[in-house]
Design a protein around this ligand. Structure first.
Ligand SMILES: [Zn+2]
Length: 220
């Protein structure tokens, strides 16, 4: 099974500032016609007709996708064993974590502080195993690194000290610990901080802004 993934950045779309230019999210205040066009541009890059988006709510629900669900369901992750469906996560600081077993089982999760804390990566891997996945590989999109992710001291006190640097939380360390606890075969990490790197949308840096996409699919 040929498995592909794509992580978009700000470039190549039609949205005007402050969303310029390849914003794929309808919920951020951008012109819906521009978002529709941007999603078409992204779909063309993947070659997949059906791309499943979510109404993301910073939870831990991972839904099995058999065919495209419209309107976008409320959840923060998808898993499928069906070729020809792209599983898409939108983010601007949160991480998109893409998971695949080369045999033909894929997943995509939205993991910001809330999702990572709730264990959404573990949740997705369990769902993949239920479908028969044995050997799982992970890809971690750009996201906000600890350099730029300061939280309140009250919040910081809720985390194990190994995740806290001063008052900065290392969300990615939470993700790595979940991936390693599940014995994933490999981790491909973009190692880019969205708040440091202006090629990506960053909610922390810019407030009102767009979202980039992390998409995984199997060729039909
Ligand atoms: Zn940074």
């Amino acid at each position: 099974m040929k498995i592909n993934y794509l992580i978009t950045d700000r470039t190549g779309g039609v949205s005007a500032p402050p969303y310029e230019s390849l914003n794929i999210a309808y919920h951020v205040g951008d012109d819906p016609e521009a978002v529709r066009r941007n999603r078409e541009i992204v779909a063309q890059k993947t070659g997949v007709q059906a791309i499943q988006y979510a109404n993301q709510i910073h939870g831990k629900e991972v839904r099995y996708i058999e065919h495209l669900i419209e309107p976008a369901p409320e959840c923060d992750g998808f898993v499928t064993d069906r070729p020809g469906i792209g599983l898409a996560i939108m983010s601007a600081d949160c991480y998109g974590v893409l998971l695949f077993d080369p045999k033909g089982i894929i997943a995509a999760v939205h993991a910001g502080r809330a999702g990572a804390t709730l264990g959404i990566v573990t949740e997705a891997i369990e769902k993949m195993r239920d479908l028969g996945a044995l050997t799982i590989h992970a890809v971690i999109s750009p996201g906000i690194h600890r350099c730029c992710y300061e939280i309140s001291s009250e919040l910081a006190a809720q985390y194990e000290p190994k995740y806290i640097y001063g008052r900065h939380l290392d969300i990615k360390a939470l993700l790595y610990d979940q991936l390693r606890a599940e014995n994933v075969e490999s981790i491909t990490d973009y190692a880019i901080c969205t708040a440091c790197d202006r090629r990506y949308y960053s909610y922390r840096r810019d407030g009102t802004t767009g979202r980039f996409a992390s998409i995984i699919w199997m060729e039909a």
